[in-house]
Design a protein. Structure first.
Ligand SMILES: NC(=O)c1ccc[n+]([C@@H]2O[C@H](COP(=O)([O-])OP(=O)(O)OC[C@H]3O[C@@H](n4cnc5c(N)ncnc54)[C@H](O)[C@@H]3O)[C@@H](O)[C@H]2O)c1
Length: 285
């Protein structure tokens, strides 16, 4: 989408971090921005900041883990701006731990927000973009944890790999409908993600403040400026770039994974069990 001027964007998790960075970059490029966040106060603060600069912005409280809530946010976006062209499924929470040891409440939280949140975003907004027939762009925030398995992050990895897979399919399915797509795979970005439980709903264990003194907090503080990610996402939308990486220095991790996958194929090619076996030679789709 080369010309973004006057286009309407809906961003989940737009009250903080990369979502806020996107809101700033999109608005500065002449887009109308609807910020959705589970925390209304930071979202409203962001809107005030954008409006003070003369940009068009509004916000809505949304819990992306609820289809009803995401649908209401979509309705609100149309009520306020009349249209929607860009969807950024960005809200996410970080849950660490081994898959077998992570509490089921935390498993449910990370899946409900990071995976179902993206599904609900697609379900509520894509029919609107299709019906408008003016083209559009959908970007979902995954992670480098959607590209390579990170130690001690099984549940988070599971959700982010799912988002990458879903967006690869989405891009292929909707090219013909003039809806382009991206998947954002950030490295370390200096946001509040380490403090994700600050607004964790009661059903998942309630709010807990981060200590701010662990290694993850230190690493995050030294990460990329989220406003730069906002500019990068805008650039990706304008260039129709699918994979959006924020840290080119991490390319070796992807190369190592690809080499290991190819080695798996080479092993299969030489396996006694498969030797001479009948194969379909294709995959559906
Ligand atoms: N910061 C990093 O290093 C990093 C790296 C890779 C991927 N990510 C991903 O980036 C995305 C943005 O996170 P961030 O790093 O900017 O963190 P952040 O905590 O600064 O921002 C996340 C925003 O999402 C909101 N949110 C949380 N739960 C929500 C819900 N149920 N409904 C609606 N909004 C909700 C929060 O209130 C917050 O405003 C997430 O998907 C995260 O997994 C972050």
């Amino acid at each position: 989408m080369k010309d973004v001027t006057g286009k309407v964007a809906f961003i989940t998790g737009g009250g903080s971090g990369m979502g806020l960075g996107m809101a700033r970059s999109f608005a500065a490029a002449g887009m109308k921005v609807m910020i959705g966040d589970i925390q209304l106060e930071p979202a409203q603060k962001a809107v005030d900041e954008l409006k003070a600069k003369g940009y068009e912005a509004a916000c809505v409280q949304v819990d992306v883990s609820s289809m009803e809530s995401v649908q209401a946010a979509a309705d609100k976006t149309i009520e306020v701006f009349g249209k929607v062209h860009v969807l950024s499924n960005n809200a996410g929470v970080a849950v660490g731990g081994y898959s077998e040891a992570c509490s089921m409440r935390n498993w449910n939280w990370v899946v409900d927000v990071n995976l179902w949140g993206v599904v609900y975003g697609l379900q509520a907004f894509v029919p609107l973009i299709l019906a408008q027939d003016e083209g559009g762009h959908v970007i979902s925030t995954a992670s480098m944890a959607g590209m390579v398995g990170l130690r001690g992050a099984g549940p988070y990895n599971a959700t982010k790999f799912a988002v990458v897979g879903m967006m690869e399919t989405f891009a292929a399915d909707h090219r013909k409908h003039n809806i382009s797509a991206s998947v954002l795979c950030p490295g370390i970005v200096a946001t509040n993600i380490g403090d994700s439980a600050r607004n964790r709903p009661e059903e998942y264990g309630g709010a807990v403040a981060a200590s701010g003194k662990d290694k993850t907090a230190e690493m995050l503080a030294g990460g990329l400026d989220p406003d730069i990610v906002g500019d990068l996402v805008l650039e990706a939308i304008q260039d129709d770039q699918f994979y959006v990486f924020t840290d080119p220095g991490l390319k070796h991790l992807i190369e190592t994974r690809c080499e290991r996958i190819i080695a798996g194929y080479d092993w299969a090619s030489n396996s006694k069990s498969l030797d001479g076996a009948k194969q379909s030679g294709g995959l559906p789709g």
